[in-house]
Design a protein around this ligand. Structure first.
Ligand code: NAD
Length: 455
């Protein structure tokens, strides 16, 4: 017998899970369809395992920083096999908890792959069963996967994508990384700290090309100091595994050899074969689904998270999921408008960004100003002997428009910075707020009150 739910979610990543819970809290009957593991990319192959890995290499870095002042000596060895074991246990436990939380919220979990049929029906195929469910609203939260052009396609042998590299049982001695974006930098940082010689190839003329150029510059010098061979403007033309080696061919003929090569040149949405186009949705050439201001792709079908290509971040998906729950339950009429969505790049140095950059503001015709504080003057950074980097506030029309920072621990400033940008703070607001001393947050205060210069 076909069952009916007010709302059916395809995909159990952060977007899908949060949407399902928010909908259930609003009184809707909800089913969640997941073909693999609960938690999606974030839990299984993304945010969570990479942060676990990066945390394990932090002590060695902290020791090295103090060692430069002869304050401490010794060494820290990271056991990758033990780390993999801990990862497995942590992820298993978190997936189990996610399942229990669904059950407690009376959300029906359908462990299979869903496709859209006509008349507001979804076919769900499990390993040994099929079932149709009808819905009032459908939410596509199917996420994305590592993607690369044909010439850069991972072969699972020596050429790996970001999913496969997280499963390595042995640390490579040399790792070639293609792509100086979030994924390339975070994973290069981890394997570099494990002892791999890193060669990083970025096609554009700077790392983190979407960030403030001064942030890119600071990240470049930090990693150069760590001994990475970073080549900017290096476009990779081809990749192959040869015996125990990855062979990377650059446009122009140069060749790089390493134990492994990580391809981190972007991600593609999981939107093919779901029946979206047949249902009336429009996909762009890369497969991202076009959504209207209410995140609807066509009548009754919402698309959230990586699948709509707005921002490929777990918390963006969650925020969209919560909005869709309210909209589907009739509690929200206004278009989706979440305010500034912050992000951080982890590793060492960290990067934080929220709101508009100076380039964004110039593009909209403003004449932005910037006020900056160097971390060298911050007592917490001084205590940790990690003083490279800065916090920069970007202003226009007398209001704070964006904050960006690079350096040790700056991700901890992200929520304070987000509140200030969301509330459009002016300098007087910053003067009135008392910041605790001594804290890293004082660097944000100093930046807010710093000398204003054209940005
Ligand atoms: P990205 O788009 O951020 O970076 C890919 C980089 O590869 C770009 O700098 C690009 O210029 C470069 N590139 C492309 N083709 C190349 C070639 N042929 N040779 C050399 N370089 C080439 O993509 P990503 O790093 O794969 O990350 C994907 C998404 O995942 C991002 O949107 C990001 O938001 C998300 N993510 C977020 C976090 C976080 O929040 N901390 C961490 C990891 C990933």
């Amino acid at each position: 017998m076909e069952s009916r739910f007010d709302l059916v979610v395809l995909g159990g990543g952060p977007g899908g899970l949060d949407c399902a819970h928010a909908s259930a809290r609003l009184g809707l009957s909800v089913a969640l369809v997941e073909r693999e593991a609960l938690g999606g990319t974030c839990l299984n192959r993304g945010c969570i395992p990479t942060k676990l890995f990066l945390a394990a290499v932090e002590p060695a870095h902290a020791l090295a920083a103090l060692g430069k002042f002869k304050l401490a000596a010794g060494s820290v060895t990271v056991d990758l096999a033990a780390l993999q074991e801990r990862k497995k246990k942590l992820l298993d436990g978190t997936r189990k908890a996610a399942g229990q939380k669904l059950a407690a919220a009376k959300i029906e979990l359908l462990p299979g792959a869903g496709t859209i049929l006509p008349d507001k029906v979804v076919m769900v195929r499990g390993s040994e069963w099929e079932r149709t469910v009808s819905y009032g609203a459908l939410v596509i939260a199917t996420g994305a996967r590592p993607a690369a052009p044909k010439a850069l396609a991972p072969d699972g042998d020596r050429i790996l994508d970001s999913d496969a590299v997280l499963e390595l049982a042995e640390a490579p001695q040399q790792l070639a990384v293609i792509g100086g974006g979030f994924i390339g930098l975070e994973l290069a940082r981890f394997f570099g700290q494990l002892g791999a010689k890193i060669t990083l190839l970025e096609a554009l003329d700077r790392l983190l090309p979407m960030e403030d150029p001064e942030v890119s510059k600071a990240v470049l010098s930090a990693h150069k100091r760590e001994g990475w061979d970073i080549r900017l403007g290096a476009r990779v033309a081809g990749l192959k595994s040869e015996g125990q080696e990855a062979v990377v061919s650059l446009e122009g003929g140069a060749e790089i050899r390493a134990d492994y090569c990580l391809v981190a040149v972007g991600r593609a949405p999981n939107t093919a074969g779901l029946g979206l186009e047949e249902a009336g949705a429009k996909l762009d050439p890369r497969g991202f689904v076009k959504t209207d201001p209410h995140l609807l792709a066509c009548e009754g079908v919402y698309v959230i998270g990586d699948a709509n290509g707005r921002l490929q971040l777990a918390h963006a998906a969650s925020s969209q999921g919560a909005y869709v729950a309210r909209h589907a339950a009739g509690r929200e009429r206004l278009p989706y408008s979440p305010g500034p969505i912050p992000w951080c790049v982890y590793g060492e140095p960290q990067v934080l960004r929220v709101g508009k950059s100076a380039a964004d503001l110039r593009a909209q015709g403003a004449e932005p100003l910037a006020s900056t504080a160097q971390l060298a003057a911050n007592p917490i950074c001084q205590a940790h002997a990690q003083t490279a980097g800065f916090v920069k506030c970007v202003w226009a029309y007398g209001r704070l428009q964006g904050v960006t920072a690079v350096g040790h621990g700056v991700s901890h400033l992200v929520s304070a910075a987000t509140i200030m940008v969301a509330q459009g703070w002016n300098r007087a607001d910053a003067e009135r707020l008392v910041f605790a001393h001594p804290t890293l947050d004082e660097a944000l205060h100093d930046a807010l009150l710093g000398e204003l210069k054209p940005a």
